[in-house]
Design a protein around this ligand. Structure first.
Ligand SMILES: *[C@@H]1O[C@H](CO)[C@@H](O)[C@H](O)[C@H]1NC(C)=O
Length: 179
């Protein structure tokens, strides 16, 4: 009995640890190319990202790069002089390991809007992202934390789902403690 419970606990914990990671191709079928100024902002806003999700940038490697910058300021001004990471493969997978904002810009076309701010939520139970010092008077371009964005419906649904999953996991964790 105890062994069966251990196995069950292991399976459940493993399952919830890996089940929810999603892979997103940035720009969907268009990939990482120059588009209208707000294209990637709209794209990111239409999604809800969680820790563990992966985003993939697809482009012709000789034509561009993906540069991850450290701050919202660098993102806004397309300042790539002190990048966090540079991706050049043309098939760049980046896994979101921390909640908060992750800023990626095109090496060539950042100034014309080819850049994306990936706001990542805590896994399972979505909480407002701990925004790293956003400017209070956000210009229209800044995709800062906006609780009343169009995706709020989807977020609400996910929150309910998330709470449920959280409860189930919590119950199992509680049950597993004894074993
Ligand atoms: C770009 O970023 C670097 C490093 O953070 C900083 O020293 C520099 O002043 C910035 N340049 C501009 C134009 O903001």
């Amino acid at each position: 009995m105890a062994l069966a419970m251990k196995v069950l606990c292991f399976l459940v914990v493993t399952y919830f640890g890996i089940c929810c990671a999603t892979v997103y191709k940035v720009g969907d079928s268009d990939g990482w190319i120059q588009k209208d100024y707000d294209y990637y902002k709209d794209w990111a806003w239409s999604k809800t990202f969680y820790v563990g999700d992966t985003i993939v940038f697809e482009y012709k490697p000789n034509e561009d790069k993906v540069i991850q910058v450290r701050s919202h300021d660098d993102f806004r001004s397309c300042n790539t002089s002190d990048p966090k990471s540079v991706f050049t493969s043309g098939e760049d997978s980046v896994t979101m390991e921390k909640p908060g904002h992750h800023f990626f810009v095109s090496d060539k076309h950042c100034k014309t809007g080819q850049k994306v701010d990936i706001r990542v939520h805590h896994q399972v139970v979505p909480t407002p992202a701990p925004a790293p010092a956003p400017s209070p008077s956000a210009p229209s371009e800044a995709p800062g934390p906006s609780p009343s964005s169009p995706k709020s419906d989807a977020s609400t649904v996910k929150t309910v789902e998330g709470l449920f999953v959280y409860l189930v996991v919590g119950l199992f964790a509680f049950a597993c403690v004894g074993y």
